[in-house]
Design a binder for this molecule. Structure first.
Ligand code: GTP
Ligand code: MG
Length: 615
């Protein structure tokens, strides 16, 4: 798609509210192509005296030299060059000041870019100015953008009916647009904060109220913007801290870890009892570590921080830290969601995408489409098989393992997500609700797989008596570097020497090391493959041995489910990450290979996988 328009967006990067004593607010200016967004912004900058000294004159002079008419929109381009440095998203920001506060506006390069920034949270707007050309009236993107504001929960919206000069400042034209568009906005659950008749080019009703519209008694654009409420930091809400990273202290012998992330809502204090979701691991906050070495007793929403805990718990990036005693986040593998799709290719069922929610990155599938809203026309369709570009779909997303989140209506920061297709943001949306995990994606898959499996006359029992063994998956876990793979291979050799049909699954090696931990979406995919491969080989009557580092409860559950009805023995070597599952065998170390082998053989024997007498 060509980017037909420029959209300006308020930035998230300075969302802290107060800085240098003055309040800051992020504003998005949106609307259909050519309806006058840039002109409005240029005017706001010029008429509030927010431009650098001499900027207006120099741009005017340049236009004169090039014999082209001056446009206020040119001011934005001129500023872009100056402001381009140090900007993290690919748009230029600009600022204007009123008597009461500072405003931040971004001029984004285009429609899809703008939507991506909005949906990924790169550009969080607290309020919006929606521009509609009086002569052209309400157009497709006027509706589309309104719809997006509704989806993202931007509730403070003022509508600027621009180019009133072109319709002779006619009240009738204005009233028609007001009626049509407020009707539309209500459908997307936005109560407009007023309509303002303006002529951005002439500066009518931008800062001062203009005499050209004697029939209008409301505020100017600047007055309206100044009346928008600042969103308070979300201190009153329960604590949500998505774990971004886990750092180990570097000094030898120091076993402490720093849990790092941004506090999205609520606050945390030293001594607070906290719980990580979805793992349910609990501990108490021992200290709050700031980058400059200070150790404050308390940290609150909006702050990126690091915590140490009083006990050692193993958690991975992607978990959500909550406070015990407060409303916990939801934990589910099935989510009812509203998605805006931006991908070139439609979103389809059965395809694996990547979900980014909070700090979690996991594989995700679209498993049901309840209805699809055409954002341009607001028609709602049911029975659709896929989600096309620009559609807003009410649908069901499913993950392999439960993830922690909130309904966006409760906590937007942990209720908003992005969907990646092919390394690109292809869509995003909000969680409407977490659904029960009954009959999960994996349960359905396994049931369907078993139904569809075409079996021969050779039963598992026949295979067992032929090989003189009962098939099972022997899954060895523990920290990286514990010697699990060596033990696994030694077991394979030992059983092979005893005439058993045995196989060591080397696929699991790809999971080891720190690299394996970084992208949890890839790790999940490997675990899924191990589960599927195990199911196949155990069905073929083999004893399959695999070693996977740092397996946690949900991961084990996933492999167990995929492997079913096959059997599984879980062996833990050294420190464990399993907190809710008992292992079948605990080994203090894998380095004593002979001792380990003896315990393993004894386990297999006692559970009747290796009959006492064999040929
Ligand atoms: P894109 O970024 O391309 O989507 O456009 P935009 O919405 O930023 O519109 P822009 O401000 O560039 O204005 C488009 C055209 O409308 C320009 O030629 C402006 O001069 C003209 N225009 C803007 N405001 C007014 C107005 O109040 N009256 C009249 N007559 N023309 C205007
Ligand atoms: Mg523009």
């Amino acid at each position: 798609m060509t980017t037909q328009e420029t959209v300006a967006v308020g930035s998230a990067h300075e969302a802290s509210g107060h800085a240098g004593g003055r309040q800051k607010m992020n504003i998005v200016v949106i609307g259909h192509v050519d309806h006058g967004k840039s002109t409005l912004i240029g005017r706001l900058l010029a008429d509030t005296g927010s431009l650098p000294q001499g900027k207006l004159e120099s741009v005017r002079a340049q236009c004169l030299r090039n014999a082209r008419p001056f446009e206020y929109a040119f001011l934005l381009d001129a500023l872009k060059d100056e402001q381009a440095q140090g900007i993290t998203i690919d748009s230029a920001r600009c600022f204007f000041k009123s008597a009461s506060r500072d405003y931040i506006i971004i001029d984004a390069p285009g429609h899809v870019e703008f939507l991506r920034n909005m949906i990924s949270g790169a550009a969080r707007a607290e309020a919006a100015l929606l521009v509609i050309d009086a002569k052209e009236g309400v157009q497709e993107n006027s509706r589309r953008h309104g719809c997006l504001l509704g989806l993202l929960g931007v509730r403070q919206v003022a509508v600027c009916v621009n180019k009133m000069d072109l319709v002779g400042y006619d009240k009738g034209v204005f009233d028609t647009i007001v009626a049509e568009y407020s009707d539309f906005l209500r459908q997307v659950r936005i109560e407009p904060a007023g309509f303002i008749p303006i002529a951005a080019m002439e500066g009518v009703n931008i800062v001062a109220r203009g005499g050209q519209v004697p029939w209008y008694h409301g505020p100017s654009v600047l007055e309206r913007v100044d009346s928008f409420q600042k969103e308070p930091p979300e201190l009153g809400k329960p604590l949500r801290l998505p774990v971004q990273d886990v750092y180990k202290f570097t000094e030898a012998g120091d076993e402490r870890r720093i849990i790092a992330g941004r506090i999205e809502t609520g606050s945390v204090e030293v001594g607070d009892e906290v719980v990580f979701l979805p793992s349910l691991k609990r501990s108490t906050v021992a200290s709050i570590e700031e980058f400059h070495g200070s150790a404050p007793p308390r940290a609150e929403a909006g702050l990126s921080t690091g915590l140490t805990l009083s006990t050692q718990v193993y958690v991975r990036p992607g978990e959500l830290l909550c406070k015990v005693g407060q409303e916990p986040a939801k934990v589910a593998s099935k989510l009812r969601a509203s998605i805006l799709w931006l991908g070139r290719a439609p979103m389809i069922q059965g395809k694996r995408y990547k979900l980014k929610l909070g700090s979690a990155r996991v594989p995700v599938w679209l498993t049901a489409i309840h209805s699809v809203l055409d954002a341009g026309t607001l028609n709602r369709e049911v029975g659709r098989q896929q989600v096309e570009r620009h559609d807003v779909a009410d649908c069901v997303l499913e993950t392999l393992k439960p993830i922690a989140c909130d309904a966006a209506a409760d906590i937007p920061a942990t209720g908003r997500f992005v969907i990646i297709d092919n390394y690109e943001i292809a869509g995003g949306g909000i969680i409407l609700d977490a659904m029960t995990d009954e009959n999960s994606l994996i349960d359905r898959h396994v049931a369907q797989r078993e139904r569809a499996w075409d079996r021969s006359a050779i039963t598992p029992n026949l295979r067992a008596s032929r090989y003189n063994q009962r098939a099972t998956l022997v899954l060895i876990t523990g920290p990286t570097g514990a010697g699990k793979a060596r033990l696994a291979k030694a077991l394979e050799e030992r059983l092979f020497d005893r005439g058993k049909a045995v196989y060591y699954l080397g696929l699991s090696n790809a999971l080891g090391g720190e690299a394996g931990l970084k992208d949890s979406a890839e790790r999940d995919e490997f675990l899924r493959r191990i589960g599927e491969v195990a199911h196949l080989m155990i069905d073929a009557g083999l004893i399959l041995i695999a070693a996977v580092s740092d397996l946690d409860d949900e991961e084990l559950k996933l492999i167990r489910a995929l492997n079913s009805p096959g059997e599984l023995l879980i062996i833990n070597v050294g420190e464990t990450r399993l907190s809710r599952t008992e292992s079948d065998l605990e080994l203090a170390s894998a380095l004593e290979v002979e001792a380990g082998l003896a315990s393993l053989e004894q386990l297999l024997q006692s559970r009747n996988f290796l009959p006492e007498y064999y040929l």
